[in-house]
Design a protein around this ligand. Structure first.
Ligand code: GLY
Length: 336
């Protein structure tokens, strides 16, 4: 097939690369490749720490996609960090958030123990002595999404605008901004993040709550840490605010006091592409020539290899995953 992919973020590029590998002719269109939400993403491959109760379907897909990541990262030549995620609570109320995530995992057959403060600090000596406790999620990984996008861009060419030909199928992967008539299916949820450089990073992702403020600190090779993320529904273009970044940095420093001396290198904001119910839109529309791969909310990096496989399986074999089928949110009458 001749496939046009709109959007060169991690989702669009992953779909394009999978389709190329399967022998399709693929054109990717994006005026600013890799500079949307993928540019801000921390790259936590942690299915349980970003879902809430009632979102078990996302957890299942996250776990399925996590299982694809080691081979996919190997295929792309991008390193995975495999030391797991440490969930931590700063006070007793925050520890309840940890227990809630642990309960979610237990309900899916993954038993994880809640650890006392001393045990958590033995695992992660960079943590504050004031942390109340936590839990280690040993199966989680993390990856640098900018490295993934760079590896994909080396395999897939991207044009700023579409050429004059008509493809057999268009895959819409434009994140939080979908074209008509699908625009209303996805809305932006702003996430602000900071990056810093330190000699003393945590050994693994720290995902914590500090007096009710959620924060994560994701270490990269070479001493970079990504500190995220605020979460705010809004209509305006996303910008990093002094208040948002200050709250994040304060929470991160409360958990990992050594960050006080870290060099602040970057702040930025992007919109997460959110759907009603927070499940992505992966599959057909009522237009047989348009497939969606959008609305991945907090899970775009994690779900990239699974999404690529689902889109390619749909185009190759007509397979549709009912829970992700975009038509669940589309009025039958919406036809371009
Ligand atoms: N998954 C990270 C975030 O959305 O902030």
């Amino acid at each position: 097939m001749r496939v046009r992919v709109l959007g060169a973020g991690i989702i669009g590029l992953a779909c394009a690369e999978e389709l190329l590998v399967r022998g399709h002719a693929v054109e990717v269109v994006d005026p600013a490749p890799g500079l949307g939400a993928s540019h801000a993403a921390a790259g936590m491959l942690s299915p349980s720490s970003e879902v809430w109760h009632g979102e078990e379907e996302i957890l299942r897909h996250g776990m399925a996609s996590l299982a694809l990541w080691p081979d996919w990262a190997g295929h792309l030549g991008v390193p995975l960090a495999t030391a797991g995620t440490l969930l931590v609570g700063r006070d007793a109320g925050d520890l309840q958030e940890v227990e809630r995530q642990v309960g979610l995992l237990a309900a899916h057959g993954h038993r994880v123990d809640v650890l006392a403060a001393a045990a958590v600090r033995r695992l992660e000596p960079t943590l504050s002595a004031r942390v109340a406790g936590g839990a280690l999620l040993p199966r989680d990984h993390s990856v640098d999404p900018r490295a993934v996008v760079a590896a994909l861009l080396a395999r897939v060419s991207v044009r700023p605008v579409a050429d004059a030909t008509t493809p057999d199928v268009t895959v819409v992967a434009t994140g939080a901004r979908l074209p008509a008539p699908w625009t209303h299916l996805v809305h932006g949820v702003r996430g602000e993040v900071a990056r810093a450089r330190t000699d003393d990073p945590p050994a693994r992702t720290v995902r914590g709550w500090v007096h009710g403020v959620p924060v994560y600190v994701v270490p990269r090779r070479g001493g970079e840490v990504v500190i995220g993320a605020t979460s705010e529904e809004h209509d305006a273009p996303p910008v990093a605010t002094i208040g948002g970044i200050a709250r994040l940095l304060e929470a991160a420093r409360e958990l990992v006091p050594g960050l006080d001396r870290a060099e602040l290198t970057e702040v930025l904001a992007r919109d997460r592409p959110a759907t009603a119910g927070h499940l992505p839109l992966v599959g057909p529309t009522h237009d047989p020539a348009v497939v969606l791969a959008a609305g991945h909310f907090r899970h775009g990096v994690l779900l990239a290899p699974l999404t690529a496989r689902l889109v390619a399986d749909h185009l190759d074999h007509g397979l549709v995953h009912a829970a992700l089928d975009p038509r669940r949110l589309l009025d039958e009458r919406i036809r371009p």
